[in-house]
Design a protein around this ligand. Structure first.
Ligand code: NAD
Length: 468
């Protein structure tokens, strides 16, 4: 059953959209500027709310991985807005030469945005900025797991925008289910693959076009002999930022057989350097809630009973127990395919490591599994790298770093198959939230008239020329 209150908000937005028509560049710029200003004005409150929701997250991490990327995305959209909005001239076939063809990127209307808890600000505000840049209005459904942050976002956005421009709906899975049933003009869902599947099903009732930003197991492949400082820092940054609770975190590592010992020692050393005070370091993020804490411990327990080696790493890993919901960085060696840690998305500071001998083996390993959101490769950009990239399919690829592709505003960001559908960021994001309306305008002289009935010699000539 559609929810009457949410339906009423959508109706008000739709009426306002229809009355206003497609907003001009000035109005779009003003909306983006309001969003930027509100974000910066609430920067510290947002970081505090996030930290309270996670039980601990450094304000620096929130600044760097959430607020900075939001501001950067808004600035990118402002800078490129005129170019994105410009109609595109298209080719006209010789028979219709007197006419003109072009594409106009028209706002779709009302965009629904559903977001997860792991980056509770940026995963709401970057899609919102994209929707506004493309001339839309938006309804947002942030996560119920980050209650304080979501409530703050609602208040902050209510100060900056009237409800018929931007509205925030709070609630859990039931509210999410009702939200995904609304007849939006486009729905962008970021979250888990199982919920994404449900959302797609409900959205299909109204044939709502979808962007699905999902998760999965992103591999990190370390080329032979490439266990070095750059590799280990890139990998550790991706694995342990936000306590590993990142959709594009490297999920597991594939390391050459001869490098395993060096890898283990180098990971230990890098984790110590990143978090000198160990898992209670102020820079180390806690696990979002008890359920996820238990889930992650369950993954370790399962791997242990199936014969894998569990190695907590870094400075005083045992001290994790002295802080709520904290799990020390942990390596898992020799985990077989039957271990849950090699099947489920980990979403925590646990790194299984598997060995390989040849790049063909790596390619077969990746291709035997669902297509990942990101694929990481550490090594030279040589023929082996080229082969890996050409023969595997993933949402994105990042070479000699992790997560940095997400920070590139001009690159499309998204998954493929079980890791997602469609992309945002870059021109692709603007286009996804616009309707590409193809327009043809007939010229004064219309040679196509010669082709109208009653058919005669011109029809025969056209057929002779075109059907060769
Ligand atoms: P989730 O799927 O549980 O929740 C996402 C949103 O859906 C929340 O707003 C939630 O309230 C809502 N929801 C929950 N159950 C629902 C239902 N039955 N019907 C409709 N809506 C429902 O995801 P999560 O646990 O919040 O986030 C973690 C997942 O998100 C991971 O799998 C991660 O990989 C993925 N993720 C993907 C990206 C990306 O950009 N691709 C980014 C961050 C997280």
């Amino acid at each position: 059953m559609p929810d009457p209150e949410m339906t009423a908000v959508l109706e008000r937005q739709r009426q306002a959209f229809l009355t206003e028509g497609a907003p001009d560049i000035g109005m779009r710029r003003d909306r983006l500027a309001r969003l930027r200003k509100a974000t910066l004005a609430h920067r510290r409150d947002l970081a505090r709310a996030i930290s309270a929701d996670f039980s601990h997250r450094s304000a620096h991490e929130s600044d760097l991985l959430e607020l900075m990327v939001v501001v950067q995305a808004i600035d990118y959209l402002q800078k490129n807005l005129r170019r994105f909005m410009r109609p595109q001239k298209r080719h006209v076939a010789p028979t219709y030469r007197a006419g003109r063809a072009w594409v106009e990127y028209q706002p779709k209307g009302i965009i629904g945005i559903m977001a997860p808890w792991n980056y509770p600000v940026s995963l709401v505000l970057i899609p919102l900025a994209t929707a506004l840049a493309a001339g839309n209005r938006a309804m947002l459904k942030p996560s119920e797991l980050t209650q304080r942050t979501s409530a703050l976002l609602r208040d902050m956005l209510a100060e900056a925008f009237p409800e018929d421009e931007v509205a925030v709906i709070l609630g859990g899975p039931e509210v999410g289910a009702a939200f995904s049933r609304l007849p939006f003009d486009h729905l962008l869902f970021t979250g888990s693959t199982p919920v994404g599947r449900k959302v797609m099903q409900t959205a299909s009732e109204n044939l709502v076009p979808l962007t699905l930003e999902l998760g999965g197991k992103s591999p990190a492949i370390i080329a032979p002999g490439q266990v070095n400082r750059r590799t280990m820092e890139g990998l550790t940054f991706g694995k342990l930022s936000n306590g590993g609770q990142t959709c594009v975190a490297p999920d597991y590592a594939l390391v050459h057989r001869d490098d395993l010992d060096a890898f283990r020692a180098a990971y230990e050393e890098t984790v110590r350097r990143f978090y000198p005070a160990g898992p209670t370091s102020p820079d180390y993020t806690a696990i979002i809630n008890d359920r996820h804490f238990a889930r992650l411990n369950g993954l370790l327990e399962d791997a242990k009973t199936k014969g894998a080696e569990i190695i907590p790493v870094g400075h005083r890993p045992d001290s994790a127990a002295s802080r709520p919901q904290t799990i020390a960085p942990t390596l898992v060696l020799n985990a077989g395919d039957d271990c849950a840690v090699m099947q489920d998305e980990i979403f925590g500071p646990i790194l299984p490591v598997r060995s390989y001998e040849t790049m063909d083996e790596v390619i077969a390993f990746v291709n035997a599994r669902p297509r990942p959101l990101a694929l990481y490769y550490f090594g030279p950009r040589d023929a082996e790298c080229g082969k890996l990239l050409a023969q595997t399919t993933s949402g994105n690829v990042c070479i000699n770093a992790t997560m940095m592709h997400v920070a590139q505003d001009d690159l499309p960001f998204g998954g493929i198959g079980p890791s997602g559908m469609g992309a945002y960021h870059g021109p692709e994001g603007f286009r996804a939230m616009s309707h590409a309306k193809g327009i043809y305008a007939q010229g004064r002289w219309n040679p196509a008239r010669l082709l109208h009935a009653p058919f005669g010699r011109f029809a025969k000539l056209a057929a002779r020329l075109n059907l060769r």
